[in-house]
Design a protein around this ligand. Structure first.
Ligand code: HEM
Length: 195
């Protein structure tokens, strides 16, 4: 029988079995989707004329999706405390394991910190932040124009860290998938083949 190139490819080791649980996988892909949306909306904001209805809508969607990211990440942190992620393959060097963990911590901090600085920017000048026009989160801190300015400066510069670390995350994923073929990607896929 003629073999085909795909079936000849070495199968990743049984790391398939040691996958993330469904909640961790679900929240990972949900946040990935929301982050793409929030960044695209964020980049659209400066293109819209100040005070226009279009800008207000883009801002509402940007802020609301940002708040959803915060909620999903806070939930993910809580979930992770009680559900240990599967170990990385022993073929990875200690420094690689360290860099993987460190970059994940940075991503957690960014996806919690970006919404927080966005919220503080509004709250510190006495504005509440609306979630899709359904509920409004009131300002929970004392008014301070200076704090608001610091928050938006951190928010606007933080975006570049988001691009950098998301790019590194994707690059690492591609290396595991296409070069190493060590099953690391399969741990986070919703529809895994077992065996
Ligand atoms: C992970 C979540 C978030 C990410 C990645 C993100 C990213 C961005 C980006 C890329 C921009 C465009 C910056 C530019 O003009 O070059 C932006 C602008 C902005 N973001 Fe966010 N954002 C997030 C969450 C939030 C939240 C939750 C709020 C408010 C509650 C918020 C409020 C704002 C505001 C007000 C601006 C516009 C600043 C201005 O130009 O006037 N963001 N954000």
């Amino acid at each position: 029988m003629r073999s085909n190139a795909l079936s000849d490819r070495p199968k990743p080791p049984s790391v398939y079995a040691a996958a993330y649980d469904r909640v961790a996988i679900g929240t990972h892909w949900l946040v990935a989707l929301l982050v793409v949306a929030v960044a695209l909306l964020g980049l659209t904001i400066p293109e819209m004329p100040r005070g226009s209805a279009g800008r207000e809508l883009v801002l509402l969607l940007h802020r609301s999706i940002g708040l959803l990211i915060f909620a999903a990440m806070a939930f993910r942190v809580g979930w992770r405390l009680f559900h240990k992620p599967p170990p990385l393959p022993p073929s990875m060097a200690r420094i690689e394991v360290f860099l993987a963990h460190a970059s994940h911590v940075v991503l957690y901090l960014l996806f919690l910190g970006m919404p927080l600085t966005g919220y503080v920017n509004a709250a510190a000048v006495g504005h509440s932040v609306s979630l899709f026009g359904i509920v409004a989160i009131p300002p929970l801190l004392a008014e301070s124009a200076r704090l608001s300015q610091i928050a938006i400066a951190l928010h606007l510069s933080g975006q570049f860290l988001v691009y950098l670390f998301v790019a590194l995350h994707l690059a690492a994923a591609l290396v595991h998938w296409l070069v190493r073929r060590d099953g690391v990607i399969e741990r986070m896929l919703p529809l895994r083949r077992v065996g």
